[in-house]
Design a protein around this ligand. Structure first.
Ligand code: ADP
Ligand code: MG
Length: 387
């Protein structure tokens, strides 16, 4: 078990005195493939990480939330009645938002004393935010006896982030954190929210999934994200479909031909990314479901990167450099993962090539004068749970 899970009860005793009622764990996630498809009602294919956030919690006598974050070195105290959209700032909004969303859903939850301690890097695109929300959601759910399903808990965690934190994110991160399963991907249909576990165990094939935090400075992310969403909505309207998910791959050329006008060329590229990306997710799922050598998904991952770089235009030079260096050093496939404009790159590599690929990326960064990246191997891990 990871260090935060070991530490969290001790931290609780120091902060609040006595013992917690229990400890919980929720992982971060990385998306293997399927970028910007979520808000187009399409497909995504994340895996839960072995990195995440642990929580030790105890029901409080008063209807008050007291939460300490080891990473933030701060304790925040909030009466439950005072939690509302716009009323809580900073990191504690992710935690408080869960209590608010549970109450909004009609559950009479008690106050909580809780310590959180995580090892997923915050802000790197590995969803420390969902890990934090989900660990608090499963803890509160257990202690309040509300017995919500994983899907309902994902909805609660998402509302916390959308409404109380104020971040207009889709539901993928919370679903991955809650539904994660060791040795499996979490294949999600973002229209029906149906979940299927798809076997993915690189180590058993002599492979490693390498994640590289590019440390690229995130700039204009919110504005660019909103612009991509607007373009997709507009294109779907012009094409007369509910969402771009409804444009079939074999009808793509015909659809692109209908996008004319001033912004026609731009919309064509945006649509081409979404439609081909959905198809790539399904292709990867098909390959892995049928037990193919996982190396075969490599070129599909790389094609996804090219599509994000050339058609959706959400990569940055640091990210493109890391992908190119990984491929040059022998990776079977590599792509940016996450919303873009920085964040992480993933690469599928032979186990014994991990150091060479990581070293090649570092060398390419040094040659460009970029801030050094950090690379680590991840495996598909279990989702949120009581410890
Ligand atoms: P990501 O989800 O990619 O890590 P976000 O910006 O969505 O990035 O979420 C990061 C934020 O989540 C942090 O700025 C902080 O407010 C909150 N957070 C994550 N982990 C913790 C933690 N262990 N303690 C307190 N806050 C945390
Ligand atoms: Mg996040």
């Amino acid at each position: 078990m990871s260090a935060p899970a070991d530490r969290v009860a001790t931290e609780f005793a120091e902060e609040f005195g006595g013992k917690p009622d229990g400890s919980w764990w929720a992982p971060g996630r990385v998306n293997l493939i399927g970028e910007h498809t979520d808000y187009n009602d399409g497909f995504v294919l994340p895996l839960a990480l072995e990195y995440g956030v642990a929580a030790a919690a105890r029901v409080a006598e008063e209807p008050v939330l007291r939460v300490r974050s080891v990473q933030q070195g701060e304790t925040v105290e909030l009466p439950l009645d005072a939690i509302a959209p716009g009323a809580v700032d900073g990191w504690s909004a992710y935690v408080a938002g869960v209590g608010w969303a549970l109450r909004e859903a009609g559950h009479d939850v008690p106050g909580l004393d809780v310590v959180v301690d995580g090892d997923v890097p915050a802000g790197a695109g590995l969803s420390s935010s969902a890990a934090l929300e989900c660990v608090v959601a499963v803890a509160w759910n257990d202690l309040a006896g509300t017995a919500l399903s994983l899907d309902d808990l994902a909805g609660v965690a998402r509302r916390a982030e959308n409404d109380v934190v104020g971040a207009p994110t889709g539901g993928m991160d919370q679903m991955a954190s809650l539904h994660g399963r060791a040795g499996n991907l979490v294949f999600l249909d973002m229209r029906s929210l149906e979940v299927e576990h798809v076997p993915f165990d690189p180590p058993s094939a002599g492979l490693a999934l390498l994640v590289v935090d590019t440390h690229a400075p995130h700039a204009h992310v919110d504005g660019e994200y909103a612009e991509r969403r607007r373009s997709c909505t507009r294109a779907a309207e012009l094409l007369g479909v509910p969402a771009l998910r409804d444009v079939p791959l074999d009808g793509l050329d015909e659809a692109l031909g209908q996008l004319t006008g001033d912004d026609g060329e731009l919309l064509q590229r945006r649509v081409r990314h979404i439609v081909t990306e959905d198809a790539r997710v399904l292709e990867v799922v098909d390959m892995l479901r049928s037990g193919d050598d996982p190396r075969r998904i490599g070129p599909v991952l790389t094609a996804s990167h090219a599509s994000m770089r050339d058609d959706f235009e959400i990569t940055v030079p640091e990210v493109d450099t890391a992908v190119a260096a990984a491929l040059d050093a022998g990776a079977y496939g590599a792509r940016m993962t996450g919303g873009g404009f920085g964040g992480c790159v993933l690469a599928l590599v032979d186990t014994d090539a991990v150091d060479a690929v990581a070293g090649a990326i570092e060398a390419a960064y040094a040659a460009e004068g970029y801030r050094a990246p950090s690379a680590f191997v991840v495996t598909a891990s279990d989702g949120a749970r009581r410890l």
